[in-house]
Ligand binder design. Structure first.
Ligand code: UD1
Length: 430
């Protein structure tokens, strides 16, 4: 298995192009199941999770052609995906594939809506909590799906098709909102979703669905009103820039010091995280075409933060923020309110000399004078990149094992950082 080796202590200086958002690209790829016409997606990131989802979609009968050219890479890694689901040849999404990535479970909604039946394995994904799917299933049942759980599979039928419904989610769920939205567009009549997730990736998917012929009101709010249609059409859509990648690199610059422009980043999507960074003493400037992050002098100030659904501080940046705060001049408090088990990075950060106490959902981070490089283990996607940030701050060499977690969600991570002066390299396994 590949490892990443980092020698810390170099400030980051330069510019980084922000990639298309993984968490938008995945449901957008799934939206191709809704139509027999061609859906073209531009700015698709080259990630292990995207490749895995493509395998799942191909199994359902989706044809894929790839073109375009990624900046700095060869043509075969094109970033424009043309997807055509003319015939859905298989409505089963097998355990072997779905268990490796939670978002693949979202094929359920579109498959029932278009094919009136689906059999999808219960999901897997990052081990960051129990992550149930009850909200997905309740929502789809309200749209008229009959659902049974059989041998680890969700077996869904809607012999007469889906119908509109008034769905009030008791809890904000990104995945359940995607799943229900992707089904409601092909349901008969109007669907009203209340307490929908407002993450920008939901808005991006909704905008693509509108291009495909849907009528959706309330995009960007927690109330979505969807008029169902008999059929959806093809469309061309560009994946929104990745706000989690943006926040991650912004924290890396805050951690090492330096001056980096995040090209293409949208500050409106990371407003809360940028405010938090400003509180730590980092300068953040919206350039219109990107975001400039600077920390040239002064230490890192301690802060208190709690994760919340959008527009609050994202749970997907919690680990990265914690890495930054390990070197703050005082004690910080981070409360994780979304996933109960999302502190796997704590023990790895401790290996580098961080001083972090855990009590239930709260981490108390006492800033230390310095971190020291050590071998560490990547445990999940966002935890892994927090170790990269810590490694960039640490004295000496940090080796991160199990980097396949990083490859799931960060495009060209080492290249982007090393172009800004970081001493980081991948050591391939033989
Ligand atoms: C998505 C994101 C993930 C992010 C998370 C929260 C993608 C591919 N993944 O994950 O990166 O960390 O949103 O912003 O976009 N829950 C239930 N029942 C359900 C569904 C969820 O209780 O049926 C709970 C979860 O256990 C969790 C909370 O709701 O505590 C939020 O989860 P959810 O928003 O659904 O996360 P995901 O869609 O899995």
């Amino acid at each position: 298995m590949d490892r990443i080796q980092i020698t810390g202590g170099t400030p980051l200086i330069g510019s980084i192009q922000i990639s298309g958002a993984k968490n938008a690209a995945l449901p957008l790829l799934i939206a191709s199941l809704l139509t027999e016409d061609r859906l073209t997606l531009k700015n698709v990131p080259n990630l292990a999770d995207v490749n895995l989802l493509v395998r799942i979609l191909r199994n359902h009968g989706v044809d894929l052609a790839v073109d375009g050219k990624r900046p700095g890479s060869s043509t075969h890694l094109g970033d424009t995906f043309h997807l055509t689901a003319r015939d859905i040849v298989d409505t089963t999404a097998p355990y072997e594939l779905v268990s490796r990535m939670r978002a693949s479970f979202w094929v359920l909604g579109p498959l029932i809506a278009r094919m009136r039946q689906a059999k999808v394995s219960l999901p897997g994904g990052c081990a960051i909590g129990t992550r149930p799917v009850d909200l997905h299933l309740t929502g789809l049942k309200q749209l008229g799906a009959e659902i049974d759980i059989e041998a680890g599979y969700v077996v869904a039928r809607a012999p007469r098709g889906l119908h509109g419904a008034h769905i009030v989610f008791p809890k904000v769920s990104v995945g359940a909102t995607h799943n229900v939205l992707l089904a409601a567009v092909l349901a008969k009549g109007e669907t009203l979703i209340e307490n929908a997730a407002r993450e920008p990736e939901i808005g991006d998917v909704a905008e693509c669905l509108v291009k495909m012929g849907s009528k959706i009101e309330g995009i960007g709010t927690s109330v979505l009103r969807i008029q169902g249609r008999d059929r959806m059409e093809g469309a061309v859509h560009t994946v929104v820039p990745d706000r989690i990648e943006t926040g991650t690199f912004a924290m890396a610059v805050a951690a090492t010091g330096g001056d980096v422009t995040l090209e293409g980043a949208r500050s409106i999507h990371v407003k809360h995280a940028l405010e938090v960074l400003a509180q730590t003493g980092t300068r953040v400037e919206d350039l219109g075409t990107g975001i400039r992050v600077t920390r040239t002098s002064g230490g890192i100030l301690p802060i208190s933060v709690e994760t919340q659904p959008f527009p609050g501080f994202p749970t997907d940046l919690q680990a990265q923020l914690m890495a930054l705060l390990t070197r703050a001049g005082g004690t910080s408090v981070i409360r994780e309110t979304i996933f109960e088990n999302r502190f796997m990075h704590v023990q790895e950060l401790a290996r580098l000399g961080a001083d972090i106490q855990l009590h239930g959902d709260t981490a108390t981070v006492k800033g230390v004078q310095s971190l020291t490089g050590a071998p560490v283990m990547a445990t999940d996607l966002r935890a892994s990149v927090s170790l990269v940030i810590a490694g960039l701050m640490a004295e000496g060499t940090t080796t991160i094992n199990r980097v396949y977690h990083l490859d799931r969600g960060f495009e060209q991570l080492e290249q982007k950082l090393s172009r800004c002066g970081a001493q980081i390299e991948r050591i391939a396994s033989h």
